[in-house]
Structures are given as C-alpha cells and as structure tokens.
Design a protein around this ligand. Sequence first.
Ligand SMILES: Cc1cc2nc3c(=O)[nH]c(=O)nc-3n(C[C@H](O)[C@H](O)[C@H](O)COP(=O)(O)OP(=O)(O)OC[C@H]3O[C@@H](n4cnc5c(N)ncnc54)[C@H](O)[C@@H]3O)c2cc1C
Length: 353
Amino acid sequence: MKEFDYVIIGGGCAGLSLAYELDIHQKLDRKTLAIVEPRTEYKRDKTWSFWKVGSHNFEDCVKKSWKEFSIKIPSDSKIVKCDNFPYQSIDSGLFYDKINERLTENKNIKFFKNIKDLNTSNSFIFNSVPLLQNAKSNIWQHFHGIEIETNEEFFNDSTVSLMDFDCDQRNNVHFFYVLPFSKNKAMIETTWLSKENKSLKDYDSQIKSHINRLGLKDYKINFKEEGAIPLFYPINEKEKNKVNIGTAGGMTRLSTGYTFLNIQEHSKYIRMNIENIQNAKKYEIGKKYQFLDEIFLRVLKKHPEKMPDIFFDMFGASYITAIKFLSNKSNILEDLSIILKMPKWIFIKSIFN
Ligand SMILES: Cc1cc2nc3c(=O)[nH]c(=O)nc-3n(C[C@H](O)[C@H](O)[C@H](O)COP(=O)(O)OP(=O)(O)OC[C@H]3O[C@@H](n4cnc5c(N)ncnc54)[C@H](O)[C@@H]3O)c2cc1C
C-alpha cells in the first residue's frame, strides 16, 4: 500500500486550499501528499462570498466585487458602503480548475478516491470531513439559489442585496440574498436560519414568488445551488498526527455561516507551521467570537422574530466595525459598539440559559 508524508481527507474548499498553499510555498517539493476525494468530477457547485478583510490566493477566481450592499426589513432599508472591504464572490468552478491544474504539475501529489487504498499509519492527516452530532436539534443556515439571466437589463449590479427580510418568516429567520453579477445576471437565494424542517424547503416556490414581487417575468436559469451550513461545531477532535480543517475544523463563523476566508487563514497558519505541525497550537476562530456567537444563536432560537431588527441594527454602527466584527477582525472597542446595538435584556438573559 502507498504511503505519503501528508494525507488530506476531502478535496473540497479546505483540502484544496491547503494543498495549493503548501504547493505554492514549495512545501511539497520534498514531501509527498495524498488527497482523498470521492467525487468523480469537479464542477461549479458553490459561490463563496465574503467581505475581503484580508488577502487570499484566489483573486483571479473572483466573479465580481461590490462596494456596497443593502439590508431590508419590512419597515426600513439601508445601503451600506464597503469600499475598504469589498464584498467578493468566488466561482467554485474557477477555483477547482485553478488548483487542480497546479496540483497535477507536482509529481509528489496524488489523488485517491478511497482512504482504504493508503497506509496512513505514518502520515500526518488533515481531515475536512465533519462529524456532525445532534444535527436535528441544532440550527442550520440552509438555502437554495438560482442564477438567472434576463433579456432586458434589470439588476442594479453595483449593490448586493445581502439580507432582505421583507418576506414570510414562518416563525423562523428567513431572508433573500441577491448577488447581481451584471445588469442581466444575478444569483437569487432564499435563505433560512432554522432547525431541520422539511416544511421550509419549498424553495422553488419561495424564489418564484420573490421574483414575481421583483416584477421580473422573462428569464432563464443558468445555475442552481443548494446547501446547508451547520451553525454548530462538528465533534471532530484534534488527535495525534491529525488536524481538522474547514467546516470540520471549526472554521465556520456560527453567527453568519462565513467560512471561506477563515479556511484561507487556517491554510496559511498550517503552511507556516508545517515543519512542526504535530506540536503547533490549535488554530481557532477567537474564543470571544465563539462565546458571542453562542449567545447570538440562543437568542435566535428563542426569539427568531427579533433577528431581522438585530441584523439591521448591527449595521447601524460604522460599516467598518460591523464587517470587522462579522469577519473576526474587531478590537474590543469595536466589539463593544456592536454589543451596545443589541437588545440588552434579551442578550443578558441568554447568557444564563
Ligand atoms: C452551497 C454552499 C455555499 C456556501 N457559500 C458560502 C459563502 O458564500 N461564503 C462562505 O464563507 N462560506 C460559504 N459556505 C460555507 C463553506 O465555505 C463551504 O461549505 C466550504 O465548502 C467548506 O469547505 P470544506 O472543505 O470544509 O467542505 P467541502 O468544500 O464540502 O469539502 C469537503 C470534501 O470532502 C469530500 N468528502 C465527503 N466525504 C468524504 C469521505 N468520506 N472521504 C473523503 N472525502 C470526503 C467531499 O466530496 C468534499 O469535496 C457555503 C457552503 C455551501 C454548502
């Protein structure tokens, strides 16, 4: 059986980002890497979006960047400028192609479909397959989106509609998210924050009625995306000779579902410590964010009806503060200014139960 210095389990976002980061920094010139990935072909399956608060290796996979976004609740709406931290969308198809083209050039990197084909007893493992427990009682961000194309110019392609809560909430948290890639192409997504609940999954009719409300009649669908992001930590433990990465490694920010940039930072951290990775300190999203997000989710579970206003008010402070807070880059004063925008009594009560 074949043996490798490193094994990455799961060649998705985290696995490939790490392999790429190691390869471009010549960490695989004298070390071997196996990537275990069951999928038979790579094709566009996701659109990863985030505020660009730091550098990443995939600027050439950015489908579009925006300098403003809007938030809407039934009684109000606002446009938030974000020139310093543009909102970017990465096309996963371009990302997979770019990385796979590069990795196939390195003879020290091999792909496998099944870990059973490897002897991993002497390898260091990076695992991106999450072990999810209590999936039913926890909160998920689940969504379905369609990328549509219209004949006429219809969309304002300078503004992302980040959260439009002016829609049916069904005692949960629901919003529409629109990424206008051009004046006649946009991704329209219906997004829920809820426990697993089949009755919320009539996504097609939700999107249809939203499109009707926008007054859009003629369009064709070019791409569909569906997914669910766990807003709870997987139970994968750190083991000797193994580090968890990606969702499995706790890289998802629980209050937002944003994961992509955390994965990139984790990859850099691993690359910088690769020579002594067995003894490197566990990389985590800051403890303060873990604590605050836990309270945030308790509020969400108990008071879903309050969440549209809570998200809306969060952007009442400076946009820089809100984006830094949601991207785990805020300082203590910025944290405080966000916390002071929250309904205090509800949050205080949620600390204790
Ligand atoms: C549709 C969708 C859209 C998202 N959009 C955003 C976004 O806009 N912004 C953001 O920040 N985050 C987003 N996320 C969250 C997060 O960034 C992604 O889930 C990201 O893909 C997580 O990377 P990962 O490597 O942990 O998981 P994945 O990318 O899912 O990779 C895991 C890999 O493991 C493979 N695998 C599964 N089982 C096994 C096994 N037994 N053995 C070996 N391999 C296995 C899978 O085939 C897959 O390739 C999105 C998530 C989804 C699902």
